[in-house]
Design a protein around this ligand. Structure first.
Ligand code: BTN
Length: 263
């Protein structure tokens, strides 16, 4: 599929078909998350707001990760206000996971029969390689606002990626999927809207999705929070979104960190 140009974004369609109220499309930004974090401090900015960048010059990932992207990739951030009556901040780790399962569901619908998985907390894997990453951030000095940054490799073949990614990452076009970034974006946003509603009203339905897509249960993993590492066997995802890690010390509940698989 040809790489779509910025002019191909149809903002009216995005607003009509999703919960997003305003859309910004930028030719280039350092990072859509940085831009959204800046906007978040301005109360006059209406939400939900979607920020799309054709190119990021300083795309950030979780921990010390950077996010590689090139023409044909989908990089965007959502600035949301979350009603604490409906979803208290104590449940935001569950929302973070649910962003990941929303992308899993959208990709699974676009590519029926493919092996799509959630690597806790919210990486999306296709055919055992990383397809998408999510960076959730809470803007300082705001209340109820959250920034959800998402990168999805769509029409940016990993053949053109830096060498260290060529064995571990994948794009939808590498799996022979002929999809537009706009369709992937709209499907992912629609799924997120649906699953966020379920998380509030029927949380067990979303917990089943976390477990349906879960990649880590039964595997040996190491989880790092930037200060310490813990190694053990992943025994599941608990109802509150915690990753359960069992080793000789006992079972540890993990709410954040970067996971590496070793078996
Ligand atoms: C990760 O895999 O560690 C998370 C990657 C998140 C990348 C997205 S791309 C859009 C948004 N802007 C950023 O700078 N990062 C996120």
């Amino acid at each position: 599929m040809a790489i779509e140009s910025p002019a191909d974004w149809n903002n009216d369609r995005i607003v009509a078909e999703t919960f997003v109220r305003d859309v910004e499309v930028h030719e280039s930004l350092p990072s859509t998350n940085d831009h959204a974090l800046q906007l978040a401090t301005d109360d006059a900015i209406a939400t939900p707001r979607l920020i799309i960048a054709e190119k990021q010059t300083k795309g950030r990932g979780r921990g010390a990760n950077i996010w590689w992207s090139s023409a044909g990739s989908l990089t965007f951030s959502l600035l949301l206000n979350v009603d604490p009556q409906r979803l208290p901040t104590s449940r935001w780790p569950e929302m973070s996971l649910t962003v990941g399962t929303s992308i899993c569901s959208a990709v699974a619908q676009l590519l029926p029969g493919e092996d799509v998985r959630l690597k806790w907390p919210n990486d999306v894997f296709l055919r055992g390689r990383k397809l998408s990453g999510v960076l959730v951030e809470i803007p300082p000095r705001t209340s109820g606002r959250i920034v959800i940054g998402i990168g999805i490799n769509v029409n940016n073949s990993i053949q053109n990626a830096p060498e260290e990614l060529r064995e571990t990452a994948i794009a939808l076009c590498d799996a022979n999927a002929e999809v537009s970034r706009q369709d992937v974006l709209i499907s992912s946003l629609q799924e997120f809207d649906r699953q966020l509603g379920l998380l509030i009203d029927q949380p067990d339905a979303v917990r089943r999705l976390w477990r349906k897509f879960d990649l880590l249960t039964g595997r040996s993993v190491t989880i790092s929070d930037g200060l310490t590492d813990a190694t053990g066997t992943c025994t599941g995802i608990d109802d509150d979104g915690a990753l359960l890690l069992r080793n000789e010390v006992g079972t540890r509940r993990c709410y954040g960190g970067v996971v590496q698989m070793s078996g």
